[in-house]
Ligand binder design. Structure first.
Ligand code: SAM
Length: 276
């Protein structure tokens, strides 16, 4: 008899998919916001998917979570107050709390079920949420940010720009973030794939430029995200130069290094042309 196989397939576009053979489905449910799946994959370990899109896997999450957090935090000598919009798995908060100066790390996640699933199935990411400096808000980030003030860094660790996340890619949201940051504060947002989402990256840059003087893209490989090559946008009113702290403060990482702090901003020509 033929061996039964189960595959998770993410349809990344209507002509492109990524398939992962899975050992076991651990959770599959409809939340008030999205379909949530937790499964054990053979290649990348445990996987969290929302509406069929991979959010994180245990084998490659370190690249994304280190690069969306340490690169902005190491631009500052002593970031104290940091917020993550989205990011309900807790991976970004885990990385932020590695910085000794951080006093408050706020997670603003719209879907309580994502945080609950992360606490149950991804302790490697979510245990940081129990730290006394971590504050979890189950709320729409678009509303939350309107009254937030005096943040050093705000990180948009969002799903793709559809449904509840669509507004997280709009100029009005970036303007609210600018008001929620200190004058020299920094915004970072995940900005999808340089191969597959070029129009979106350009649109996000235009949107951020309505609120910030400086907008700089940087990149990192994330094998389970569409095309495997991911971009981030960093925005501020200040020149974005690394703090000397990035060489003196030792934190434990697997992808980020003090050299990567600068190297991530070196863009291939096609991307440089796209963003200038
Ligand atoms: N690293 C991931 C990626 O790039 O695919 C994102 C991970 S994280 C799980 C994304 C989270 O953003 C989801 O849990 C989703 O519920 C949350 N989210 C979407 N729209 C939101 C909003 N308007 N406010 C707060 N959280 C939101």
């Amino acid at each position: 008899m033929a061996k039964q196989e189960t595959w998770f397939t993410e349809y990344q576009t209507d002509a492109l998919s990524l398939g992962l053979r899975i050992r076991q489905i651990l959770l599959a449910e409809e939340t008030p916001y999205q379909h949530l799946l937790v499964a054990e994959t053979e290649t990348y370990g445990r996987l969290l998917a929302l509406d069929g899109a991979i959010q994180t896997t245990l084998q490659d999450e370190f690249v994304y979570h280190e690069m969306i957090t340490h690169v902005p935090l190491f631009m500052l000598d002593a970031p104290k107050k940091v917020a993550v919009i989205g990011g309900g798995d807790g991976g970004s908060i885990r990385e932020i709390l590695k910085h000794a100066s951080v006093e408050e790390a706020h997670l603003v996640e719209i879907d309580a079920r994502v945080v609950e699933a992360a606490r149950r199935f991804f302790p490697e990411l979510s245990s940081a949420l129990d730290d006394s400096r971590a504050h979890v808000h189950i709320e729409n980030g678009i509303d939350w940010v309107k009254t937030a003030r005096a943040f050093d860094v705000i990180i948009v660790d969002s799903t793709d720009p559809i449904g509840a996340a669509a507004g997280l890619f709009e100029p009005a949201f970036y303007q609210s973030i600018a008001a929620a940051l200190k004058p020299d504060g920094i915004l970072v947002a995940q900005s999808e794939s340089p191969f597959l989402h070029q129009g979106l990256i350009q649109q996000m840059i235009r949107g951020m430029k309505t609120a910030f003087e400086v907008v700089r893209p940087y990149v990192a490989p994330v094998p389970t995200y569409p095309s495997g090559y991911w971009s981030f946008l960093m925005a501020s009113h200040r020149p974005l130069t690394p703090s000397p702290r990035c060489r003196s403060e030792a934190i434990s990482t697997r992808y980020w290094t003090p050299e990567m702090q600068s190297a991530a901003f070196v863009l291939p020509r096609f991307l440089e042309e796209l963003v200038t």
